[in-house]
Design a protein around this ligand. Structure first.
Ligand SMILES: [Fe+2]
Length: 190
């Protein structure tokens, strides 16, 4: 298995945007949180999270189809590649999320985007952010209109979880890396 440093190097090779980097760190953190709660391998789940959009910036037309080739550069195996590719199920691939880990990735990908957009509107950013505040923004369809709420809903159903539970999990995971995401009040960073 490759290391986190190798994964990060690959990510940086194919992604120059800071917002995509923050998105990768967000999904990594939430996947790790989910793994820890389920007694699973947090570093493995985290790497899947970090690299899930590896082909997005440079190959948007081939999203999830270019990824296998890029991931093989660091020796990712078929299971890892399946997990990454399955997050585009119904949108850009027909590879279905089968494992609990894959269903989690599918669900939290869009959800981290909604949480980020909500946090950016608040002076306190992620600090003290609640499930209620996310739900409110979820219902406001004009807010962060690019976030596909249906995907989050479908993902939660695949997981057999209430959306509130998944939102709380995602908040908890993202809060742990909030300063690195630029989502913590500045005076709290020192
Ligand atoms: Fe993503």
């Amino acid at each position: 298995m490759f290391t986190r440093d190798e994964a990060l190097e690959l990510f940086r090779k194919y992604n120059k945007s800071e917002s995509l980097y923050h998105h990768a760190l967000s999904v990594e953190a939430v996947m790790m949180e989910a793994a820890e709660r389920n007694g699973e391998d947090a570093s493995y789940w985290g790497l899947v999270g970090m690299l899930h959009d590896i082909d997005w910036e440079m190959y948007p037309e081939e999203h999830c189809r270019k990824a296998p080739e890029l991931l093989k550069e660091i020796g990712a195996d078929d299971a890892f590649i399946h997990a990454v590719v399955s997050h585009g199920y119904g949108l850009v691939t027909d590879v279905k999320p089968e494992l609990y880990m894959e269903k989690m990735l599918y669900t939290v990908d869009e959800l981290t985007g909604l949480i980020t957009a909500t946090a950016l509107m608040r002076p306190e950013k992620m600090k003290g952010i609640s499930v209620k505040s996310i739900k409110k923004k979820w219902k406001d369809k004009s807010f962060a209109a690019g976030v596909n709420r249906d995907v989050i809903q479908q993902g939660a159903e695949m997981l057999g979880k209430d959306t509130a539970e998944i939102i709380q999990l995602a908040i908890d995971g993202m809060t742990k890396v909030a300063p690195e995401l630029g989502l913590w009040p500045v005076e709290e960073n020192t």
